[in-house]
Design a protein around this ligand. Structure first.
Ligand code: SF4
Ligand code: SF4
Length: 375
């Protein structure tokens, strides 16, 4: 095992290969607060990549309701249970990662993945945490919560799928850090399926090989965001490039949210993979749950998000989400507009930061009718 630095857990850790970062790293931010679980992203991916034989059960993109939903079943809770105490001291994780907790002879602490775990994608959907006592007073709103968690492969810096593959069929593309699986090398051992703690590698029984999200790299190569991003109804997603903290740039939208404002956080950083999809955590959820899911920065991120409406830069940046098909490598605020800039700093699109609101009078004197503003 090599020693590598994982900035998300604030320390070095053991990994099967030495540190070898790509020229650019695919990164993304999902604003959980805007997701409505319409599953348009899921279908956009499904119809593009997984409509063939043996792929029926695959959801390279899925959206599940937390705290009770999961696909595959129990993907997160079973591992959290086995990892042992996940302790943080400040921003340093002092518990074990899935690489450090691997039993002798294994490269990763593996998850159990049974066929039945993929049979119920709707388990827990729209179920709310908390309850109202029968005959008692109504529960306070903050005692009841749920949220939708949209998930794709995280194109991790230290992928567990890659580490576990004894055939070296999985690799990170040096130009963009996207993790791909070479099916001509794969022999279907399914170590990757069990190794990915996020449950994002799937076995195709029809071809005898494993498959996974490829971040729509043919689109990325043309400077266009993936299918699940550009089709997102809630405009919750932004794809771009994420740097390490020491190289973060203020005009890079992903760096700004992840490193400068620290409002977007990785999913289960304690697993140790340095995942590259970042989440703006949901409001109204207990701090303890959020810290377990997104690390110790979650309460501060929630506070920053609550204040975002007073903050023109954050407002402008969130207005750029879902505003163009093109990847936005740089951005700038100019007056009341947020500007999308290309790599050379040239503007290619702008959106108003504040959309005008028109309130129609209830009585239309011209047509002598009453109007409702609720439709
Ligand atoms: S399309 Fe967007 S809003 Fe709809 S479920 Fe997917 S991530 Fe959520
Ligand atoms: S999320 Fe899973 S499948 Fe994707 S790169 Fe990380 S370990 Fe591999």
């Amino acid at each position: 095992m090599a020693r590598v630095y994982n900035w998300q857990i604030g320390r070095t850790m053991s990994y099967w290969y030495s540190e070898n970062r790509p020229a650019k790293q695919f990164g993304a931010v999902f604003d959980i607060n805007k997701c409505i679980a319409c599953q348009t992203c899921t279908l956009a991916c499904k119809t593009t990549w997984t409509s063939g034989r043996g792929q029926e059960y695959m959801f390279w993109n899925n959206v599940e309701t937390k705290p009770f939903g999961s696909y595959p079943l129990g993907w997160d809770v079973q591992l959290l249970d086995r990892l042992g105490q996940q302790k943080w001291e400040g921003n340093v994780y002092t518990g074990q990662t899935v690489f450090e907790a691997a039993p002798g002879g294994e490269r990763v602490m593996l998850s159990k993945r049974e066929t039945i775990d993929y049979s119920y994608p709707n388990v827990g959907e729209d179920e709310i945490y908390g309850s109202v006592e029968r005959g008692g007073s109504l529960a306070l709103p903050q005692q009841m919560w749920m949220f939708y968690l949209a998930r794709i492969c995280n194109h991790c810096t230290y992928p567990a799928c890659l580490a576990a593959c004894s055939r070296s069929s999985i690799y990170k593309r040096p130009e963009d850090g996207i993790v791909v699986l070479d099916q001509s090398r794969c022999r279907g051992y399914q170590e990757c399926v069990k190794a990915c703690p996020y449950g994002k590698v799937y076995f195709n029984a029809a071809t005898g090989t494993s498959e996974k999200c490829i971040a729509c790299y043919p689109k990325i190569e043309q400077g266009i965001q993936p299918q699940c991003f550009v089709n997102c109804i809630g405009k919750i997603r932004l794809q771009g490039w994420v740097s390490t903290p020491d190289k973060a740039r203020e005009d890079n939208p992903i760096d700004y949210l992840v490193h400068v404002r620290k409002i977007a956080l990785p999913l289960y950083p304690q697993y140790g993979l340095e995942p590259n999809v970042y989440y703006v955590p949901p409001l109204h959820v207990s701090d303890r749950f959020l810290v377990q899911m997104f690390g110790p920065g979650a309460p501060a991120a929630v506070r920053a998000y609550r204040n975002a409406k007073e903050d023109k830069t954050l407002q402008g940046l969130f207005a750029l989400f879902g505003s163009t098909e093109r990847t936005i490598p740089r951005f700038k605020i100019a007056g009341d507009f947020a500007l999308a800039l290309d790599d050379a700093g040239k503007e290619f699109m702008r959106v108003p930061i504040y959309e005008p609101v028109y309130i129609r009078p209830a009585q239309d004197r011209l047509y002598q009718i009453m109007r409702s503003n609720t439709t």
